[in-house]
Design a protein around this ligand. Structure first.
Ligand SMILES: C[S@@+](CC[C@H](N)C(=O)[O-])C[C@H]1O[C@@H](n2cnc3c(N)ncnc32)[C@H](O)[C@@H]1O
Length: 250
């Protein structure tokens, strides 16, 4: 995902993530500092962990997302801000001079890595930065995706400066390529519904199964410690739409 046009709207739509946030917060508490978030975006999870006393490094590829995260950092209380560092980088190949107790990739961001080469590169980089008793935690979407490419309206939120923005999504699965073509559309409109601006973000996400990920992990010398289907820690079943991996280095 380019995450360029949508960076300015990202936090407006980051609602309803309480369970997900609690899940990653709890695991970070169990693992301890420091933590590394890959694809940190505007820092929603990183700020929450920092509030709990965890030191977090957030790696991010999109300049626009990083800018939003850094804007928030400037406004954060000093005791929180000093625990956070947002850096530019590619999660499929990074080198930081630090070891982490937990590396985590929330919000399905691992699927932004849409080739096997990039997925394995990410796992290799994670392995190189993870404490030998550390945890690598991430979630992926394994449910049905719309194959038709038709637009689906997701939600409308009010803008602080007046008016509102509506987010819509179109997905088209390329089964043979194991890709999900995804376009997010943001229509900015006045209170009476007149559209004044439209922004698009396009991406090709990896279509992954639990077996694909288990294979990638094994190949990268990780073992799955636990596999959940929900952020409330229900065990994974083949009917689940989501798979949440807690892996550890072998
Ligand atoms: C779904 S957003 C999640 C943002 C944040 N982690 C959250 O949960 O709110 C995915 C993020 O991953 C970033 N991203 C995608 N591919 C990346 C890569 N190869 N390296 C670093 N960041 C990447 C995107 O720019 C975007 O900010």
């Amino acid at each position: 995902m380019a995450y360029r046009a949508s960076a300015q709207f990202y936090d407006l739509f980051a609602l309803g993530k309480e369970e997900e946030l609690a899940f990653y917060r709890n695991l970070a508490q169990e693992a301890g500092s420091p933590a590394l978030e890959l694809g940190v975006g505007t820092g929603t999870f990183a700020f929450a962990l920092a509030e709990d006393g965890i030191t977090v490094v957030g790696l991010e590829q999109s300049r626009e997302m990083l800018q939003e995260a850094r804007k928030k950092l400037q406004k954060a209380p000093p005791e929180i801000a000093r625990r956070l560092l947002f850096i530019a980088g590619d999660m499929s190949d990074f080198q930081l001079d630090q070891e982490f107790r937990i590396v985590y990739v929330p919000s399905g961001s691992f699927q932004c890595l849409n080739t096997r080469k990039h997925q394995l590169g990410c796992l290799r980089s994670v392995k190189a930065h993870l404490h030998k008793e550390g945890s690598f935690v991430f979630d992926i979407w394994v449910g049905e995706s719309d194959t038709s490419g038709t637009w689906r309206r997701l939600e409308t939120v009010s803008l602080p400066e007046g008016g509102a923005v509506t987010r819509s999504i179109s997905t088209r699965v390329q089964e043979s390529e194991k890709l999900i073509d995804t376009v997010l559309r943001f229509d900015v409109h006045t209170e009476d519904g007149r559209i004044t601006d439209t922004f698009y973000d396009w991406s090709q996400l990896a279509l992954l199964t639990v077996e694909d990920v288990k294979f990638l992990l094994a190949e990268s010398l990780f073992q799955v410690e636990t596999l959940y289907s929900t952020f409330t820690r229900k065990p994974w079943t083949p009917e689940s739409d989501r798979a949440i991996f807690v892996a550890e280095p072998i």
